[in-house]
Design a protein around this ligand. Structure first.
Ligand SMILES: Nc1ncnc2c1ncn2[C@@H]1O[C@H](COP(=O)(O)OP(=O)(O)OP(=O)(O)O)[C@@H](O)[C@H]1O
Ligand SMILES: [Mg+2]
Length: 438
């Protein structure tokens, strides 16, 4: 059901922005300055949703079909569509309010209240769709209905929400990110600047892998990989499907046997340590495909990540995760299976962070996510990096990974074929041809 997935991803983006607006409204009341550029770009983004993307998709395709298949849905859908029609008017009122506060004719507290009333309405609307309309649609719509709706939703040439509109969305989102005040950092709270490059290059080696081999039966999937990660570094491991990236990470964290080679972590030879012991040393992994425990609550999923940690610090660590990912806090009691793909990825990263990693292993965190969310995930990684976290990032999305990495390794059929700084690899002809499609 691509259509519902797309709607949920839209909701996820809107929800996060709404939460951010609420946060800034509070900060503004507490004396922070008015973030005019930021709020304006958020309103522009919302307007795109109203005019071009989300609403037309629902109003033209999903809702009419649902009305047809279940006449009892009419009342709820009428209310939602009335709300859709009022969207532009509400945004324009807010734009007026923003201008009024900027020129001093509307008190900050009034603007804060207007903003909160707006986001509260938006969140309510989203919840009605998520909790009532979407389950209803899942039940009532027939297979052929979904074929039609999905085709419409995925039509990239559609002027209202096809490729061109998506490009505009990315542009708008860029603007939001670039105008966001320091306290927000979208998706994560930023803490200070990147450590200077020189410091990283000279930092001591935290992880040293030498000649690692690993097999599935008689097939050697990892053929003698050597690699280093320095303290505070972000190192990207890129490579095509089946190159052995996941196998490398699993061997590193000890869940997959190593048949030759050695692993030193913080000076200690951990080659023969069990995986839980490696985790206690601070090697924590966010696995491929997220692998959150669907029936368990978000909170319990996070607790699982802390099972090697002393109990007294768990609650305060969880609060830190919630500050970083407000959406997880809002949904803390819900089963993790109800989260969208992007939210599950945040949860998987959050769960790894609960183990207080000294080396964070991320296996394809952007896999299967919509472009806006991919960008958000990379923002989160950048923030962790800026906080000094040491990260080994595995990605098929080579460009994005190398772009944020200090150094990278290119993996081909189980062996490292190239290594260099992120910048060097991005401009390397071979890498460009093989992985960046250029
Ligand atoms: N459980 C398994 N049993 C047998 N062979 C496997 C198993 N898992 C992976 N392989 C093989 O090992 C090789 C490396 O796979 P791996 O999953 O590590 O690659 P990857 O780089 O992570 O790929 P992807 O980008 O698809 O995640 C592949 O040839 C794969 O077919
Ligand atoms: Mg993999």
């Amino acid at each position: 059901m691509d259509a519902l997935r797309i709607i949920s991803e839209d909701h996820n983006n809107l929800w996060r922005l709404a939460t951010t607006v609420d946060q800034l409204a509070g900060e503004m009341e507490a004396g922070a300055s008015l973030e005019l550029a930021f709020f304006t770009s958020v309103l522009d983004y919302f307007e795109q949703f109203v005019e071009r993307s989300h609403h037309p998709k629902e109003d033209d395709y999903l809702f009419p079909m649902l009305r047809l298949r279940n006449p009892y849905a009419a009342e709820t859908l009428d209310a939602l569509q009335a709300d859709h029609r009022g969207g532009l008017g509400r945004l324009n009122t807010l734009r007026g309010n923003l201008a009024a506060t900027a020129n001093g004719s509307l008190p900050v507290a009034d603007l804060a209240n207007q903003l909160r009333a707006f986001t509260a309405g938006m969140k309510k609307h989203i919840l009605i769709e998520e909790r009532q309309v979407m389950p209803l649609a899942r039940k009532a719509l027939l297979k052929e209905d979904w074929t039609d709706i999905n085709r419409a939703f995925l039509d990239n040439s559609d002027p209202l929400f096809g490729e061109a509109a998506q490009a505009e969305f990315r542009e708008l989102y860029h603007r939001i990110v670039s105008t966001a005040p320091e306290s927000v950092g979208l998706g994560a709270h930023s803490a200070g600047d990147l450590p200077p490059k020189a410091a990283v290059a000279q930092a001591e080696v935290l992880l040293r892998v030498q000649g690692m081999e690993s097999c599935y039966g008689r097939i050697k999937a990892i053929k003698g990989i050597s690699l280093e990660v320095r303290r505070g570094e972000t190192v990207a491991l890129v490579g095509a499907n089946g190159a052995g990236k996941t196998t490398f990470l699993r061997t590193l964290s000890g869940v997959q046997p190593m048949s030759a080679g050695s692993i030193h972590f913080d000076g200690e030879d951990i080659s023969s340590l069990r995986s839980d012991k490696r985790m206690r040393r601070g090697i924590c992994q966010s696995p491929e495909g997220r692998q959150v425990f669907g029936p368990l609550s978000i909170e319990d999923n996070l607790r699982l990540g802390a099972y090697t940690q002393p109990r007294h610090q768990v609650d305060s660590d969880m609060e830190k995760i919630f500050t970083m990912f407000p959406i997880l806090k809002e949904k803390r009691a819900l089963p993790a299976g109800t989260l969208s793909g992007g939210q599950q990825q945040m949860l998987a990263i959050g769960r790894a962070l609960m183990g207080r990693p000294r080396l964070l292993l991320l296996d394809e965190p952007s896999m299967g996510l919509a472009p806006l969310l991919v960008q958000e995930v990379f923002e989160v990684i950048k923030t962790l990096k800026s906080q000094g976290m040491t990260i080994l990032l595995v990605e098929q999305n080579a460009l994005a990974a190398l772009d944020i990495a200090d150094r990278g390794y290119v993996l081909e059929t189980g062996a490292v074929t190239l290594t260099g700084t992120g910048k060097q690899l991005i401009s390397n002809e071979q890498v460009r041809a093989a992985y960046l499609g250029m």
